[in-house]
Structures are given as C-alpha cells and as structure tokens.
Design a protein. Structure first.
Length: 407
C-alpha cells in the first residue's frame, strides 16, 4: 500500500509498445534497470506496461536501438494532477486561504469564557488579564499560564483561586475570591462587647472578658454585655484589662413597613417584532442595520449571540448577534391587597433576614389598602447575635477598692 502511494506521488504512465523486436525492447529495459510493471502482451508485436515517469524519460534515449515505438496510454500520479490544476488560480488561492485560516485559528485566542466569583470585580480582573496579554487575538504561544496566575494573584489580594486553561483556541478563566473581612479592633486594644440592639438575653459565651449579663436579662442598645475589666481569679490577685470578645444571643423584636401602589400597568404585546443583525469579527463589530440599536417605544429587547465553532475547543472568530425587539403597549390594571400580600411579605422578611446574624422565629403582619396603595406593617421575632466590639474606657480600681469586701 505504501509502495503504491509512493509511486503515485512520483507519477507513472501506462505505455503501449509496438514493433517486431519486442524481445530486444525487454532486454534493453533489463540492461538499463528500467522497471516494467503490470505487463500484458496482446499480440506478437504489441505490449502494454506501466513504468515510472523517470524510467520513461530514460527510455527515450534508447528507443532508436530497439526498432519499437512507445505510446503513452494513460498518465497517473501527483505530478500530472498538479500540472492540470496549475492554471486554476482560484483553487490555489482558496487552498492558501484555507491554510492561512487554519493557522490563524490554531495560533491565536478567539474565545474567552469566564467564571468569576461575585466577590471579585470581573471587569477589573479582565482588564488586568488584558494588560498581561490575555485577550481576543492574542498569540497562544505568548500566554504563560503559570506566570499569569502568579501575577494576577499579586494584583488581586482578595483572590483565593485562579485557573487559566487553554483548549484549542479558547481560554477558560476561573477565579474565586473572599469578601474582605470587616475592620476589627487591634487584638491588643482594650475592648468590651455592647448590645447592638434591644433584646432579652438568651445565652452568653464570653471567650475573653467578664460577662456582665446573664440569660433572661433585658438589655438596650449600647449596654455592656461583656466587660474588658477582668476581676482577680485568685487571692492576692489583681484586676486586669483585656480584649473582650464573645457571642451573645438574644431574643429581639424588629418592625418593618412597606407600601406598594395597587394601580399598575400591564403589558399587552402588539405582535410587532423587529430584528437587527450584527456581525462580530474578532474585536470588530459590523452592524448590518441602519440607525442605532435603540428601538423607540416600549419593547422587550432580547439579544442572542451565535458563534461559529467546530467544537467546544475550536472556535471561529466570527459571531452573529441577533437583537430582537418585541413591542407592547401598557394597559392600566388594578390589584387587590391579596394579590400583593405574598410578594410584599416575602420581600420584607428577606430584607430583615439579610440584615441580621441569626434567624427569624416568627412574624405577624397587617396589610391594608390606604389611598390606592397596599401598606404593610410587620413585626418580626428573631434570635440573633447582638454583641459588637467597642473600645472599653474602664480603669483598674485602686488597691483600696480592690481590697474592699464585695457584697
């Protein structure tokens, strides 16, 4: 098989040899090492054979000695195919364009997919990656994933994980980060834990400092829950100041209110649909419509991007953007209190739960219609952590007060 392909690549001809001296012709070919294949004698003075182009050219120098004549019956192989295609400039131009397109697709980045944690600013991360050479059209060879990972972690102190994977001509970026911790007091500062809001103490866990309240006590905002002034723990001991911290859970009561207009406008679609098309080549966008992409009137705008790709990892730098505008008209409508109850209560509870370090244990609400609006008044019962650190201005009592008997 390989030998046949090699002969076709070099070129071969099928010849017809005629003459009365066919034995002399065969002896001449054997003497000069000219190979004849697939020989077939059809008459006493006629012979068919296949030989390579090189052997046929060499045979022309010796034909006068044989008294035979040689005619080419058929030509096969790459040299003859190339000769037939040589005048077809469009075909060769298309082939060169195909090679150039393949080289451009395989050597540069044409798609970037991102998975960036919301704790990080995705726009800032992508801008920094662009400065490091990761962008559409960037040469794949110039992207050093290990070096870029080290540099981007230096640029983003809150980033905890970064990965850059190259598959074909597409790049996948994964980044995770943590929300920066809230500013806290220096561990060497003298602090106390005070109540952030009113409540009834459920439990006190003083990790350092002296508990100033106990379960069942009612406290108000600003009351000391854990003091930074520690009493002596043994005889002849002394008072000391510390960085008090701990957790204090309390039963709390919160109130919330909200209002929503009962008169609303509903959408009634007219059936009118308008589409605009745009072609994106690399980083360049070519609008295939006249005017701007802002449609007048009231409408829903739906954008869809279709990217030409061979597979998940081989992407062409060509995308078709379809902008669909679905037009509608606004019609006035009236809602009842019952129609908006579930949504208003859910939103109010969600806002309260997001603002507390604890959980909601119960709630009661009233929803009334007042002046064309639904008015919600809600009372929420919760168990939450109400202790926050604050600077403690306590002073160590003088020795005479320390020695006084405690009652």
């Amino acid at each position: 098989m390989l030998g046949r392909l090699w002969r076709l690549a070099r070129g071969q001809v099928r010849v017809r040899v005629t003459g009365a001296s066919l034995p002399r012709f065969l002896n001449l070919c054997a003497f000069h090492s000219l190979t004849l294949r697939r020989m077939k004698r059809t008459a006493w003075n006629e012979l068919y054979a296949t030989m390579s182009v090189e052997d046929f050219r060499a045979l022309r120098r010796y034909m006068g000695r044989t008294g035979c004549r040689v005619h080419i019956v058929r030509r096969r192989g790459a040299p003859f195919a190339a000769a037939r295609l040589r005048p077809r400039f469009v075909l060769w131009g298309g082939f060169l364009l195909l090679v150039l397109t393949w080289w451009m697709l395989s050597s540069r980045v044409w798609a970037i997919e991102t998975d960036v944690n919301p704790a990080l600013d995705e726009a800032e991360v992508m801008q920094q990656l662009d400065s490091l050479g990761v962008h559409i059209g960037a040469p794949i060879r110039s992207i050093d994933a290990r070096s870029i990972r080290w540099k981007i972690l230096q640029m983003q102190p809150n980033m905890t994980f970064f990965a850059l994977n190259i598959r074909g001509n597409s790049v996948t970026i994964q980044a995770d980060g943590a929300v920066p911790p809230a500013e806290r007091f220096d561990q060497s500062a003298v602090t106390k834990v005070v109540a952030e809001r009113d409540g009834v103490i459920k439990s006190v866990h003083a990790l350092d400092g002296q508990a100033a309240v106990q379960p069942g006590d009612a406290v108000q905002t600003g009351d000391t829950l854990i003091s930074g002034l520690m009493p002596p723990t043994r005889e002849e001991g002394s008072y000391r100041l510390t960085h008090a911290h701990g957790e204090v859970e309390a039963y709390t009561l919160r109130t919330a209110g909200a209002a929503r207009a009962l008169g609303v406008e509903e959408k009634r679609y007219t059936g009118k649909v308008r589409r605009q098309y745009a072609l994106v080549l690399g980083n360049k966008r070519l609008n295939l419509y006249i005017g701007s992409g802002i449609a007048g009137g009231t409408c829903d705008k739906i954008m869809e991007t279709k990217t030409l790709r061979l597979s998940d990892s081989v992407v062409f730098p060509v995308s078709l953007v379809v902008q669909t505008y679905v037009f509608y008209e606004r019609e006035p409508a009236e809602q009842t209190v019952d129609d908006v109850r579930l949504d208003m209560v859910s939103r109010a509870l969600g806002d309260i739960a997001a603002d507390m370090d604890g959980m909601v244990t119960g709630h009661s609400e009233t929803l009334t219609a007042e002046n064309g609006a639904a008015v919600l008044r809600m009372t929420v019962h919760a168990v939450e952590q109400i202790g926050v650190e604050a600077l403690d201005d306590s002073e160590i009592p003088p020795p005479e007060e320390q020695d006084a008997p405690q009652t």
